[in-house]
Ligand binder design. Structure first.
Ligand SMILES: NC(=O)c1ccc[n+]([C@@H]2O[C@H](COP(=O)([O-])OP(=O)(O)OC[C@H]3O[C@@H](n4cnc5c(N)ncnc54)[C@H](OP(=O)(O)O)[C@@H]3O)[C@@H](O)[C@H]2O)c1
Length: 327
C-alpha cells in the first residue's frame, strides 16, 4: 500500500509517499480501506519528534480515517465488510489501509461524504472526553474555548450550542472571530487586540465562566483562574505555548476550582469505546440530522501531506484539513 513515511522526523518536507505492506487486523480490530484521513495538530508534533507514538501503535501518522471496512479481525461482529465507517485510529491513518478497534468506529453520518466523516473522530472524541466527562459541562453554563477556530475549537463551539451552553472563544484575527460567531459562539475575543480575561469579566459583569478548554498553557493560567466562577473547571488539551510557569493558586482554593486535562491517544481501549458509545448516542444522531457539521478548510491528496502540515503550522486555517487518500 501507499503511505506517508516521515523517517526520523523533522520539518514538513521529511514526509514522502512510500510503499509498504498493509497492516492486518488483530482480534477486535477492523481493516479500513481509507478514502480520507483527517490531519490534526498532534500529527505535526509527532512528525517533528515531539510526540512519540505509543509503543503498540503504528509509527505512521494519522489518528482518524473514513473509508470502507476491508477485513474483520477475530471476534468482530458489529461491522460487515464493505460498510462505510469513520474511526479513531491508534495511528497509521496517512495510508491506503489502516487498522482500528472495531469499537472505536462509527457509521458515516447520513448526508456526509468520506471527507467530512474523516474530520469527525479525533476532535469529537477529544472534546467530548474533556468537556463532558472531565469538565462536567452542563446546559445553562458558560464555556470559554481558547483557539476557537481550530478543529478542536469549532467542535467545542458546536457541542456548546448543542447542549445549550453560552460559548466564548479566543481567536487570533477578525476573520476567525466572525467565523466562530457564525458557527454558534456568543462572543469571540481577538487575543491579539484585547485581554481575554478583561473581556470575559466585562461581558459577564464580573461573574466569569464555568468551564475553560485550554490549548495554550502556562501564559494563560493566571487569567484562566481569574475568569472562572465558583466551582469552575479548567481543562487542558494542549500546551501550545508551554506547560511551565508561575501562578498564584489562591483562586483555586477560594473558588473551589478544578484543574484537569487529558490526552486521547494513551487512553485505554475500553475508555475510548465508552467515549465512542457516548458519541453514538448523543452526537451521531445530530450529525445525521445535519444539526452539527464539520468545517473543512482544505483538502490535499495524500502525496501532498507536507502542504497540509505547512498549512496547519501556519495557523491560517479555520477548522479541519483532510487528506484524500483515494483519488
Ligand atoms: N489532548 C488531546 O487528546 C488532543 C487531541 C487533539 C488535539 N489536541 C490539541 O488541541 C489543539 C488543537 O488541535 P487541532 O488539531 O484543532 O489544531 P489546530 O487547528 O492547528 O489548532 C491550533 C489553534 O491554536 C490557536 N492558538 C495558538 N496560539 C494561541 C493563543 N495564544 N491563544 C488562543 N489560541 C491560540 C490557533 O489559532 P489562532 O490563529 O487563533 O492563534 C489555532 O487555531 C492542539 O494543540 C492539539 O495538539 C489535543
Amino acid at each position: 500500500m501507499k503511505y506517508i513515511a516521515h523517517g526520523s522526523g523533522g520539518d514538513a518536507d521529511c514526509m514522502t509517499l512510500a510503499d509498504g505492506p498493509a497492516p492486518t487486523p488483530g482480534p477486535g480490530q477492523i481493516l479500513i480501506e481509507v478514502v480520507c484521513a483527517g490531519v490534526n495538530r498532534p500529527d505535526v508534533l509527532q512528525r517533528s519528534g515531539r510526540y512519540p507514538p505509543p509503543a503498540d501503535a503504528s509509527p505512521v501518522l494519522g489518528l482518524e480515517v473514513a473509508g470502507r471496512v476491508a477485513a474483520l479481525g477475530a471476534g468482530v461482529t458489529e461491522w460487515k465488510v464493505g460498510a462505510g465507517v469513520t474511526a479513531l485510529a491508534p495511528g497509521g491513518g496517512y495510508a491506503e489501509y489502516c487498522v482500528a478497534a472495531a469499537s472505536h468506529a462509527l457509521p458515516i453520518p447520513a448526508g456526509m461524504d468520506f471527507a467530512m466523516a474523516a474530520a469527525l473522530p479525533e476532535t469529537w472524541f477529544t472534546v467530548w472526553a474533556n468537556l463532558v466527562d472531565l469538565g462536567r459541562l452542563a446546559p445553562g453554563e458558560r464555556l470559554l474555548v481558547h483557539g476557537g477556530s481550530s478543529g478542536i475549537g469549532l467542535v467545542a463551539i458546536q457541542l456548546a450550542k448543542h447542549l445549550g451552553v453560552e460559548c466564548f472563544v479566543t481567536v487570533g484575527n477578525e476573520e476567525k472571530a466572525a467565523f466562530c460567531l457564525g458557527a454558534g459562539a456568543a462572543h469571540a475575543i481577538n487575543y491579539r487586540t484585547a485581554d481575554f480575561a478583561e473581556e470575559v469579566k466585562r461581558i459577564t459583569e464580573g461573574t466569569g465562566v464555568d468551564v475553560i478548554l485550554d490549548m495554550v498553557g502556562a501564559p494563560y493560567l493566571q487569567r484562566n483562574l481569574a475568569s472562572l466562577r465558583r466551582d469552575g473547571r479548567l481543562v487542558y488539551v494542549a500546551f501550545l505555548e508551554g506547560s511551565k510557569g508561575e501562578a498564584d493558586l489562591m483562586p483555586v482554593m477560594l473558588k473551589r476550582l478544578t484543574i484537569t486535562g487529558s490526552t486521547m491517544r494513551p487512553r485505554t481501549q475500553a475508555e475510548k469505546t465508552e467515549i465512542r458509545d457516548a458519541l453514538a448516542m448523543n452526537i451521531w444522531p445530530a450529525l445525521a440530522r445535519g444539526e452539527l457539521l464539520p468545517h473543512l478548510f482544505a483538502r490535499f491528496p495524500l502525496a501532498r501531506a507536507a502542504e497540509a502540515h505547512r498549512l496547519m503550522e501556519s495557523s491560517r486555517h479555520i477548522g479541519k484539513i483532510v487528506l484524500d487518500v483515494q483519488p
